[in-house]
Design a protein around this ligand. Structure first.
Ligand SMILES: *Cc1c(COP(=O)(O)O)cnc(C)c1O
Length: 356
């Protein structure tokens, strides 16, 4: 049998989202539990057959993104989710043995694409409080090609301050600093204005989270025009599909929907952390639509018990750096109340049996 590349042979297979999620309260993949704007659903129903018959055009999409993000269109590259942007970055900038830096724990796709590129991976552990390990990342960036930083970070919810981003950008101008702002809408701060001064900054955005369009696979990279052009070079020419290209501008136009969803999540997030504390469960401060919570030895059983009740959460208790932790998605306050009720019930059951 022909041999694949060594980097591929060495990789662990990625386990995709569990199937059978439909009809459940899905708090396991940080999706929008309310759904997308009704205007997007209308636009989808009205799409002419011609849109599907023709290869997609990206001009209007790029313009709409540029207008919303307040950057020139030549800085914007629409991608099939932020995930594709990370793939394009490693393809265009990372050769075999080139150092790639990211804090851990973080989004698992950073490791996936870095490994596939054959990178030398430099993982920098977060502090015990799960905050961004700035000093360690700055050290690891010496001689590195790419630093991948999610702010807010998945699964911790921690952020990097804008002065912190500036320090990263200045540390090594030959290292691309990728600021993954997938959860921007729940946080509010952005590094986009720094693009004018730093050619080594790339900002990623996605429609998968606050916009409620994870299934559509659309996002973008925003960068120096030369960097954006390099990424475009290694992208498949029709990677973003025509449906996504047609309705993403409609999603952008309904600012109210995203604003209302994000406001609801922020209220539910404080409610969730407060009530968890009342149940004796420690959680970490989060600026995203999820909360990382420590259930200790009960974690796997709690997640299993919740699943049986139709509530899906992300059990990370077996993952490195996340001993005993579950990532709980934050939906509406009503959904959060349901989650809390079910968590309390599981804890009663497990703690009770523990004493016997
Ligand atoms: C969910 C997530 C993404 C989104 O990926 P898409 O490909 O746009 O769906 C990107 N980065 C982080 C850190 C995430 O958690």
């Amino acid at each position: 049998m022909p041999k694949p590349r060594p980097a591929v042979v060495k990789m662990a297979p990625y386990s995709p989202p569990a199937s059978g999620r439909e009809g459940k309260l899905r708090l396991d993949f940080n999706e929008n539990t309310i759904g997308c704007s009704p205007a997007v659903m209308d636009a989808l129903r009205r799409l002419p057959a011609e849109t599907l018959a023709a290869y997609p055009e990206y001009g209007p999409l790029r313009e709409a993104l540029a207008r919303r993000l307040l950057v020139p269109p030549e800085r914007v590259l629409p991608t099939a989710g932020a995930d594709e942007a990370i793939h394009l970055l490693t393809t265009a900038f990372v050769g075999r043995g080139d150092p790639v830096v990211y804090p851990v724990p973080t989004f698992v796709m950073y490791r996936f694409w870095a490994e596939l590129a054959g990178a030398r991976i430099r993982e920098v552990p977060c502090g015990d409080d799960m905050s961004f390990p700035e000093a360690g990342v700055l050290r690891a960036m010496r001689g590195a090609k790419l630093a991948l930083i999610a702010s807010p970070n998945n699964p911790t919810g921690a952020v990097v301050s804008i002065p912190g981003v500036r320090r990263l950008l200045r540390a090594n101008p030959r290292c691309l600093v990728v600021l993954d702002e997938a959860y921007h809408e729940f946080h509010g701060e952005t590094a986009l204005p720094l693009l004018d001064r730093f050619a080594n900054l790339v900002v990623l955005r996605t429609f998968s989270k606050a916009y409620g369009l994870a299934g559509l696979r659309i996002g973008c990279a925003v960068a120096h025009p030369v960097v954006a052009a390099m990424l475009a070079k290694v992208q498949s020419p029709y990677s973003v599909n025509a449906v996504a290209a047609a309705v993403a501008p409609v999603a952008l136009a309904d600012r109210g929907h995203v604003r209302r969803c994000a406001a609801e999540v922020r209220r539910a997030r404080s409610f969730l952390r407060r009530e968890l504390a009342g149940l004796g469960i420690r959680s970490y401060p989060s600026r995203a639509n999820f909360v990382l919570a420590e259930f200790g030895p009960h974690a796997a059983a709690v997640a299993e018990g919740l699943r049986a009740e139709g509530i899906l959460v992300r059990d990370r208790s077996g993952a490195p750096w996340l001993d005993g932790c579950i990532r709980l998605g934050v939906g509406t306050r009503m959904q959060t109340a349901d989650l809390l009720g079910a968590v309390a019930e599981q804890l009663r059951r497990l703690r009770g049996s523990g004493r016997r």
